[in-house]
Design a protein around this ligand. Structure first.
Ligand SMILES: Cc1cc2nc3c(=O)[nH]c(=O)nc-3n(C[C@H](O)[C@H](O)[C@H](O)COP(=O)(O)OP(=O)(O)OC[C@H]3O[C@@H](n4cnc5c(N)ncnc54)[C@H](O)[C@@H]3O)c2cc1C
Ligand code: FES
Length: 372
């Protein structure tokens, strides 16, 4: 670039400074500067991460891969972490978690998300059918503890099933970019060869890098995988030193349970790092609900319907932070000021004092006050 190259940056910085000024926020009150600027610059925000969809590809019939260009508020991620993606569907903001699959060293400034579409799934279906290049989506900063450690392990084992490949694909791509010299074994499970996401790239990586072994297992017969059927002990015969590896696991609940049980039997649980994409559905008992829910900060009350506190807050017109809506991501954590709640996952009833709770998996037991 020529000597005048820095000018767009200083112009942009000055513009940002002006939009952050007290005068700008006064003029834009009560909606805020973002609401005005987004009409001509949809990904602009003073503080939120927004991203332009730059490409949509369909690797398999039931998946979609999005390339997103985040705005300058994006702070990057560690391989394995996830983001909360916000899309508007029929005027309603929907939030779900997705794990970037790209290398953290990618130089194109893009984030790659791949979603499997679930029959009846609200957001994943919209991502496949409704998103087009040029549209804007909202993102959180990266979150989650499932990530490659800063000091790379000497031996790495990646195990994934279905769409659970995304966070470990990011780990693999990151290690390849770093010219990692340790041995990497990648066990990946899918229903059939036609459903396998990232199939061609995995084969190409294995062919190019002698330290990477990819072993594919398919639920359906005669798909050409190196492993027979679903995960089992015998599959580890191909990885005799699996106990020396740091193992990273993400996949459907049944598969994860089987791997976790085996690692526990071997006394290796501390070396197994897991990411859950789904949890058991939340069960609520509306028939026996009593008491009120008080949202203290917003000064609203509602009759307790027995639904989760997240659902009840939304029904009361509030917009609390949320993500997975199943107790995994902690985005919905807020302070319960008073009252007892039941954790729908364990059935455990809290005491009545002040405590942080995940409102997507908490239902009131009588009257409850939330700091919302
Ligand atoms: C930390 C984290 C990271 C994630 N990363 C990815 C990712 O990279 N790629 C990806 O495809 N998904 C990922 N997910 C799952 C994703 O957030 C959504 O749950 C999924 O896309 C379904 O959303 P939906 O709106 O289409 O379905 P919903 O409308 O929420 O649910 C519709 C139906 O699908 C079922 N369902 C929902 N989620 C799942 C699931 N994961 N497996 C099986 N059944 C399900 C529900 O029980 C329900 O019956 C991640 C989840 C978490 C918590
Ligand atoms: S929304 Fe993820 S834990 Fe509640």
């Amino acid at each position: 670039m020529s000597a005048t190259a820095p000018r767009p940056f200083s112009l942009r910085n000055s513009l940002h400074r002006a939009l952050r000024s007290r005068l700008a926020s006064t003029l834009a009150y009560p909606h805020g500067v973002d609401r005005y600027v987004e009409h001509f610059a949809p990904t602009f925000s003073l503080s939120e991460v927004r991203a332009e969809v730059v490409a949509v590809r369909h690797q398999t019939a039931d998946s979609v891969t999005l390339s997103l260009r985040p705005n300058g508020n994006w702070q990057g991620f560690r391989a394995g972490q996830y983001v909360r993606l916000t899309v508007e569907i029929d005027g309603v903001r929907r939030i779900r978690c997705y794990s970037p699959a790209n290398s953290v060293h990618a130089t194109d400034g893009l984030i790659e998300l791949t979603a499997k579409t679930h029959a009846g799934g609200f957001v994943s279906k919209h991502l496949k059918q409704g998103l087009r290049a040029g549209m804007t989506v909202g993102l959180s900063q990266a979150e989650g503890r499932f990530a490659l450690p800063d000091v790379r392990p000497a031996r790495v084992l990646l195990i994934s099933g279905g769409s659970g490949i995304t966070p470990v694909m990011s780990m693999l791509r990151t290690l390849i970019d770093e010219q990692y010299r340790g041995a990497i074994t990648f066990l990946h499970y899918s229903n059939a060869a036609k459903d396998q996401i990232y199939a061609a790239e995995l084969a190409e990586i294995a062919a190019r890098h002698p330290n990477v072994t990819v072993l594919r297992g398919y639920a359906e017969a005669q798909q050409g995988g190196e492993l027979e059927g679903l995960f089992c002990r015998a599959h580890l015969n191909a990885v005799p030193d699996f106990g020396e590896a740091e193992a990273f696991l993400c996949g459907p609940p049944g598969m994860m349970k089987a791997v976790q049980a085996l690692w526990a039997d071997e006394g290796l649980s501390a070396r197994l790092h897991v990411e859950h994409f789904s949890a058991a559905p939340v069960v609520v008992d509306s028939a026996n609900a009593d008491g009120d829910v008080q949202f203290a900060r917003s000064e609203r009350y509602a009759k307790n319907t027995g639904a989760t506190l997240l659902d009840q807050a939304e029904s009361a017109g509030l917009k609390p932070e949320s993500g997975c809506r199943m107790g995994i991501c902690h985005a919905c954590t807020c302070v319960k000021k008073a009252g007892r709640v039941r954790d729908t996952r364990t059935g455990e009833i809290s005491d009545a004092g002040e405590a942080e709770i995940q409102i997507c998996v908490s239902v009131p037991v009588g009257s409850v006050t939330l700091d919302l």
